[in-house]
Design a protein around this ligand. Structure first.
Ligand SMILES: C[S@@+](CC[C@H](N)C(=O)[O-])C[C@H]1O[C@@H](n2cnc3c(N)ncnc32)[C@H](O)[C@@H]1O
Length: 257
C-alpha cells in the first residue's frame, strides 16, 4: 500500500502493509492465514442464518449448494478473497472491497479459471457507500474492524450500503483481558501474523451495538466463537469474550441519508 496516498483515509496503512508482506501465503490453508480459512464454515453459516432470520432465504434451502443465489453481498475488507470465494461458491452475487491493491490482485488471480460471480474493487467503504446506497442484502466485514482507525465511520459506511431490512455482519475479536492473552498465544502458535493485531483497537459487542443502535440497526444475533488449535476449527460457543460474530438488521434508513 502506498502510504503517501492514504494519509487522510480511514486506514492504518502500516498495518495493511504488514498484511501484504505475507500476501503469497494467504491462500495456503496451513499458512499464516490458516485461522481465516478455518473460520470459513462458521462465518458462511452465520451469513446464511442471518439471511434466514430476515426472510431473505428460506430455512428449507439452507444446505442447498445455491443457497445464496440472487443475494447481493458486499464483503468489506475482503483481503485475498477467502470468505468472498466461499460466498460466491454458494452462488451469491459478491463484491469484494479492500483498500489493498496487492491483496485484491491476489484475490483476482486466485479466482481465475473458476466461474464465480465476484467483482473485486480497490476502494474505501466510505467512498464506495456514497455511490452505492441501499444496494445489498448483506454487508459483511469479517476480521476487519479491528484493523480500522475510525470504527464508527467504517460501520456507517457499511450501514449505508445495506437495503432496508437487510443485514450487517461483522466478526471480530472482543476487547477483554482474556482476548489480550489469547491474541498473544495465537501469535505464538502462528494462527495470527505477529504484530498484525493491536488489542486496544478491539471493539466489544456492546460498543458495536451502541453505534448501530444510533442509526436504527437492531442487533439481533451475537455469537461467541472459539478456536481449537489441535483440530484447526472454529465453533460457536456461549462465551463471547474472545471473538464473536454479530448480525444487525436495518430498520429505517432516514438517519443515514
Ligand atoms: C485480517 S484481513 C481479513 C480479510 C478477509 N475479510 C478475510 O477474512 O479473509 C483484514 C483486511 O482488512 C483490510 N482493511 C484494513 N483497513 C481497512 C479499511 N479501512 N477498510 C476496508 N478494509 C480494510 C485489509 O486490507 C485486510 O485485507
Amino acid at each position: 500500500m502506498d502510504t503517501s496516498k492514504k494519509n487522510d483515509a480511514n486506514v492504518d496503512a502500516d498495518n495493511v502493509k504488514l498484511l501484504e508482506t505475507v500476501s503469497a501465503e494467504w491462500w495456503d490453508p496451513s499458512g499464516i492465514q490458516k485461522g481465516l480459512h478455518a473460520m470459513n464454515p462458521l462465518r458462511v453459516r452465520f451469513v446464511i442464518d442471518g439471511l434466514i432470520s430476515t426472510g431473505k432465504i428460506n430455512a428449507e434451502n439452507k444446505n442447498k449448494p445455491d443457497v445464496l443465489k440472487g443475494i447481493n453481498i458486499l464483503d468489506v475488507g475482503c483481503g485475498a478473497g477467502i470468505l468472498t470465494e466461499a460466498l460466491a461458491r454458494l452462488e451469491g452475487n459478491v463484491i469484494g472491497l479492500d483498500p489493498s491493491e496487492e491483496l485484491v490482485k491476489v484475490a483476482r488471480d486466485h479466482m481465475k479459471g473458476q466461474s464465480l460471480n465476484i467483482e473485486y474493487i480497490t476502494e474505501f467503504i466510505e467512498d464506495y457507500s456514497n455511490k452505492n446506497p441501499e444496494k445489498y442484502d448483506v454487508v459483511v466485514a469479517s476480521e476487519v474492524i479491528e484493523h480500522v482507525p475510525d470504527q464508527k465511520s467504517f460501520l456507517l459506511g457499511m450501514a449505508k450500503c445495506v437495503k432496508p431490512n437487510g443485514s450487517l455482519i461483522i466478526t471480530t475479536p472482543n476487547r477483554t483481558l482474556v482476548s489480550c492473552v489469547t491474541t498473544k498465544i495465537a501469535e505464538l502458535i502462528k494462527v495470527l501474523q505477529k504484530d498484525s493485531h493491536v488489542w486496544s483497537h478491539f471493539i466489544t459487542p456492546s460498543e458495536v451495538e451502541d453505534i448501530l443502535d444510533e442509526i436504527d440497526f437492531d442487533t439481533t444475533i451475537v455469537r461467541g466463537m472459539w478456536y481449537t488449535p489441535i483440530f484447526n476449527i472454529f465453533s460457536f460457543v456461549p462465551y463471547q469474550g474472545i471473538t464473536y460474530a454479530l448480525h444487525a438488521v436495518k430498520q429505517n434508513s432516514k438517519k443515514l441519508r
